[in-house]
Ligand binder design. Structure first.
Ligand code: NDP
Length: 337
């Protein structure tokens, strides 16, 4: 089959494409420029002539942006969405997140069916799942982030950067489920959403400079460069998952019939930045700051996730922190940073 992957030029999108290619699928990626498309064509050349092709979708917010891209594909993986904490106007994130998601679904209804689309997978996030808590709580796929959209509605530009991003992901995923519900009589495909927490692991996409590394890799790298205080190193940060497991989750979401209509949290475990430093030291890599060795052990993590349905329904397994940490750093150092 042929799968459309939006945002193939991104950290996660490139891995989603690669995983599908490894499993024998043909992939059509969307990118914003020929240069990014050509980079990927070279990267994926070893999968065979014609196995990877790209189309340009410059603005995912434009009406009918994906109309051409969805023609002739059997499935869709929508990963494209802005992920950064630098937006002043929350609409700069919410616009492309929501319109991009609804737009690709509209294009599938118009042109992807009845020709072939059977499933659409949307890359959501744990950002659309958790709400702030003080006492430890295990979040499940039934949970929704109801606080970030409210924060943004009330505070607009003055909302926290994190809430602006998290609102964009929450509203986009909710819009996807609403679209499916409202169009259920018209559609013969189903929806799956994947909710990863912070994603780390080897980078394979094109990154022109250290500063333009994707947000999650850059966050980890600040730690590797020794830019965090001891106090910050031993605080609970979040939960992580390896990008290779996120790629696998997207492939499994297409290939598993029972995944239909489900939302999957794909989280390995909670971490402090010190846990990453300890993992990197244990991996034997040179030039890793020591920080406060062991300082992350026993830290109480307020936000925890239940990934059991990803394990049982999709059969997903997770990389451990040592492998994820090491392979991230090796891939960044390979580029000379
Ligand atoms: P990247 O920034 O590496 O990738 C984002 C991708 O989306 C790129 O291909 C980018 O294109 C594209 N994109 C962004 N905005 C637009 C736009 N307005 N129009 C067209 N294309 C756009 O980030 P990630 O790979 O980390 O993120 C991919 C997805 O995963 C996002 O949906 C994100 O919310 C989600 N996610 C990421 C997590 C993480 O920790 N990394 C955690 C949970 C979810 P271009 O290359 O041209 O900029």
């Amino acid at each position: 089959g042929k799968i459309l992957v939006s945002g193939t030029s991104g950290f996660i999108g490139a891995w989603v494409a690669r995983t599908l290619l490894e499993k024998g699928y043909t992939v059509r990626g969307t990118v914003r420029s020929d240069a990014k498309g050509e980079y990927l064509k070279k990267l994926f050349a070893n999968y065979g002539e014609g196995k990877f092709e790209y189309v340009i979708v410059k603005d995912i917010e434009a009406d009918g942006a994906f109309d051409e891209a969805v023609k002739g594909v059997d499935g869709v993986e929508h990963t494209a969405s802005p992920f950064h904490f630098n937006a002043e106007d929350p609409q700069a994130l919410i616009g492309p997140a929501v319109k991009g998601t609804v737009g690709i679904l509209q294009s599938v209804v118009k042109y992807g069916y009845p020709s072939g689309v059977k499933r659409v997978v949307v890359t959501s996030s744990c950002a659309s799942v958790f709400v702030p808590v003080t006492e430890p709580r295990v979040f499940t796929e039934k949970d929704w982030n109801y606080t970030s959209p409210k924060e943004v509605e009330e505070k607009g530009k003055n909302a926290l950067a994190g809430d602006k991003y998290r609102a964009s992901k929450t509203l986009a995923e909710q819009a996807a489920w609403k679209f499916v519900e409202e169009n259920k009589d018209k559609i013969s495909w189903d929806l799956v959403t994947i909710c990863p927490p912070f994603v780390f692991g080897p980078i394979i996409h094109e990154v022109p400079s250290y500063e333009s590394l994707n947000t999650s890799t850059l966050e980890l790298y600040k730690t590797v460069k020794g830019e965090r205080s001891d106090e910050e190193l031993v605080k609970p940060v979040s939960n992580f998952v390896d990008v290779r497991d996120v790629g696998a989750a997207h492939y499994l979401a297409i290939a598993t019939p029972d995944a239909a209509g489900r939302r999957f949290i794909t989280s390995a475990e909670p971490y402090t930045w010190q846990d990453f430093l300890d993992a990197l030291s244990a991996s034997g890599l040179p030039n890793i700051p020591k920080g406060v060795p062991g300082g992350g052990k026993g830290v109480k993590h307020p936000i925890l996730y239940d990934s059991s349905s990803a394990k049982t329904v999709l059969g997903l397994t997770f990389h451990g922190i040592v492998e994820t940490a090491k392979d991230t750093v090796v891939s960044v150092r390979e580029r000379g940073w």
